[in-house]
Design a protein around this ligand. Structure first.
Ligand code: DGL
Length: 286
């Protein structure tokens, strides 16, 4: 059952209906529940510098990590429809929680290429660790409960399933903007305890908010290889666009447009701290 606030956001997103524009110079649509997906946009900027981006932060309904899978799936489809109406040629689900719950549904409804972060993240972990490695996973409660990382890693040949730890406080600490260093350090120490008790070789940051706290995670768990699925995700999107001849050939500067469903000023602060001031157009979508 949607809460009143969620229904309002849903109605506003659904207002955007439009025509699919799948030209090569159309933007890539990217979404997350909030600012975490900006860590993926950062990699798009580096790896695909010609591509324009439309980003949707569902800050009005964050966090996703404590919501039921069916609801997250519905939100994911709604947002990808909104991005399609805005002219997106492809979708990057820059959210593990939305990937776990909604990748299949978005793939069935969106006419262009769609990539999530979980398969690429699992591939990146396997490339570093190999099938005999001890893999750790930190993620939201919903991603941990979905078992999607376990399935992907097993499919790629990992012999023993990952050791998993949900870290819900990390998401809210990132969204709060100005890091409360003591609170982040305390949370990192608390969440990494399990990996001190049962050591791992690689640790997948299975929530796109977490790479923004990588320094604190490393400090609490020194010597473990941290995996950020963003790089492999963008490489996968690049290959998909190449294959469909959808890579942008535009000469001028790409355009970056950002939408959020919550308070634009709060989102703007996080946006600037992750991506900097330049080439940013922020529009409150809802
Ligand atoms: N950034 C999202 C992820 O990668 C989830 C954060 C949330 O709980 O909303 O899973």
């Amino acid at each position: 059952m949607l809460q009143r606030r969620d229904r309002k956001v849903t109605r506003r997103i659904c207002r955007y209906e439009g025509v699919c524009s799948l030209g090569a110079d159309a933007p890539i649509g990217v979404f997350d529940s909030g600012s975490g997906g900006l860590t993926v946009v950062r990699e798009i900027r580096r790896i695909l510098p010609n591509e324009s981006v439309l980003y949707f932060a569902d800050t009005g309904r964050l966090p996703y990590g404590t919501r039921p899978q069916s609801q997250i799936s519905r939100f994911s489809v709604e947002i990808s429809e909104f991005l399609l109406a805005q002219g997106a040629k492809a979708i990057v689900i820059a959210c593990n929680t939305a990937t776990a719950a909604g990748l299949g549904a978005v793939q069935s409804s969106f006419p262009g290429p769609v990539v999530g972060v979980i398969r690429p993240g699992s591939e990146a972990a396997m490339a570093v660790g190999g099938s005999g490695s001890r893999v750790g996973l930190i993620a939201t409660e919903a991603t941990v409960a979905s078992g999607v990382y376990d399935q992907e890693l097993a499919h790629l040949g990992l012999r023993n399933g990952p050791l998993k730890q949900a870290c819900p406080d990390f998401v809210m600490l990132v969204e709060a903007g100005q890091f409360d260093e003591t609170a982040v350090r305390d949370a990192a120490r608390r969440y990494m305890k399990v990996f001190h008790e049962s050591p791992v070789d690689v640790l997948i940051m299975g929530c796109t908010h977490f790479p923004l706290l990588a320094g604190y995670i490393e400090e609490a768990l020194p010597g473990v290889e941290l995996i950020d699925p963003a790089v492999q995700t963008v490489m996968t999107m690049k290959a998909m666009l190449e294959e469909r001849e959808l890579l942008s050939k535009r000469k001028g500067e790409p355009e970056y447009k950002f939408f959020c469903s919550g308070d634009p000023m709060v989102f703007r602060r996080n946006l600037v701290s992750v991506l900097g001031e330049d080439s940013i157009v922020l529009q409150a979508a809802v």
